[in-house]
Design a binder for this molecule. Structure first.
Ligand code: ZN
Length: 425
């Protein structure tokens, strides 16, 4: 099957070259796209070929999310916590750890399906997720992977290992990770954060990552509390601790946040091959501080930290907050927005190939050219322009409707699961 995008204004995501083109998109993982002089006439099309008229539309590579939490989906609109948190660790305790302990596999499935729909409709075709459900560990990653697959987007998943819920939960989480990665799924060994991960668990996590040739996906110095407690317990800084444990040698590792780092820690990170994931809206929401990431430019990608599934929004937020913290430019924020593809490529991950595309119905008041595209990216293009989305050659969103699952049915299910969760809070 070939999907033809007819008469599109195509923007090469790397060179930013703009050209009028007819694009032939093949179905299947990691296929390249090709440009054809003309779309075959209806008599010459194979019976399963399809043509999408893209006259007046922009077409470019779709987007990826470097750090998500689908487990937080059902929190939207939930009742206020019984105690109002006064700091970051209380936010975890009164809100997120209160929620994740009450998740079951049905709620996880609803969360993953709804999040995957939001991602798809926002043009996000690959998600790197970090999951926690301490009392529904077994099978949780498989449920999420299947949900993403049903909607038709790619993923790398992990389960958040932590000593916060006791030994039994740790053993289940290690087993879940081992089983999931051992079955050929793409993912990481997840860790919550240094301050809830003991020495033995850290050692076992590194061994597991080595066994499966992957990295560790962990929250790093999101709040000063991570540094303070790590210093008190282990006599060293967070990044030094990961360095000493061998995490920095695992190039596929993702360090989310990195808000509170010393110059020594920054240098350790620069010398390593690990990647950072910036989540500025979450940092603002939790009032943990705002960092600058310019000195890591080629190894920083953007995430949402589960706040939403809209990477264009994440890029705009990072651009605006970056004016004060690091004087970031148009090219800098675009590079950060697109680095997720370089990360996935470096990992050898599947599902983020050239045949992942977004069709934008972009009602611009001015011309779009190769020279000014970044200005349109920062100030113009947003998710209301996402009209159709192609992932691995499949048209998963057409005219703003998901084609792969029944959206109304999924949202009815997630509302039911949301109520079930809230009744337990
Ligand atoms: Zn996170």
């Amino acid at each position: 099957m070939t999907l033809y995008l007819k008469n599109a204004l195509f923007i090469d995501w790397q060179s930013l070259a703009v050209k009028q083109a007819n694009i032939a998109v093949e179905q299947s993982q990691d296929k390249e796209i090709s440009f054809v002089p003309a779309v075959p006439s209806s008599g010459d099309l194979a019976s399963d070929d399809r043509v999408l008229d893209c006259t007046g539309k922009l077409v470019t590579k779709s987007f990826g999310c470097g750090h998500h939490h689908i487990y937080s989906t059902l929190a939207r609109g939930m009742p206020a916590p019984r105690k109002i948190p006064a700091n970051f660790t209380q936010i975890l305790e009164y809100i997120w750890w209160h929620i994740d302990k009450r998740l079951d596999l049905e709620m996880i499935e609803a969360s993953a399906l709804a999040s995957a729909i939001f991602c798809a409709k926002n043009g996000v075709t690959f998600v790197i997720d970090h999951h926690a459900s301490p009392f529904a560990v077994k099978g949780s990653l498989d449920v999420i992977a299947k949900a993403f697959k049903r909607v038709g987007i790619g993923s790398m998943l992990c389960y958040e290992l932590s000593d916060r819920d006791g030994a039994e939960s740790v053993e289940q989480a290690l087993a879940e990770t081992d089983t999931f990665l051992g079955s050929g799924n793409q993912g990481h060994v997840g860790l919550h954060a240094s301050f809830t991960v003991g020495e033995q668990l850290l050692r076992r996590a590194v061994e597991l990552a080595q066994k499966h040739n992957t990295g560790v996906h962990v929250h790093v110095a999101e709040d000063l509390a991570d540094q303070k407690i790590t210093q008190e317990k282990y006599g060293k800084s967070v990044v030094q601790r990961y360095h000493d444990a061998g995490v920095l040698k695992l190039d596929k590792s993702i360090f989310a946040h990195c808000v509170h780092l010393s110059d020594t820690e920054k240098e350790l990170l620069r010398q390593s091959g690990v990647w950072l994931a910036q989540n500025v809206e979450s940092n603002q929401n939790n009032n943990v501080g705002i960092a600058g990431y310019n000195s890591f430019a080629s190894n920083v990608m953007l995430g949402t930290d589960g706040m939403h599934s809209d990477m264009l929004r994440s890029a705009k937020a990072a651009f605006l907050s970056g004016q004060a913290s690091e004087a970031i430019g148009f090219d800098g924020i675009y590079q950060r927005f697109r680095n997720v593809h370089h990360y996935l490529n470096a990992c050898g991950a599947h599902g983020d190939g050239d045949n992942n595309l977004v069709v934008l119905d972009y009602d611009s008041p001015t011309e779009v050219t190769s020279d000014n595209f970044l200005g349109h990216f920062v100030f113009g293009i947003d998710t209301r322009h996402v009209q159709s989305v192609i992932c691995q050659g499949n048209l998963i969103v057409k005219d703003r409707q998901v084609t792969t699952v029944d959206e109304k049915q999924v949202l009815a299910y997630s509302k039911k699961m949301g109520q079930k969760l809230w009744d337990k809070l």
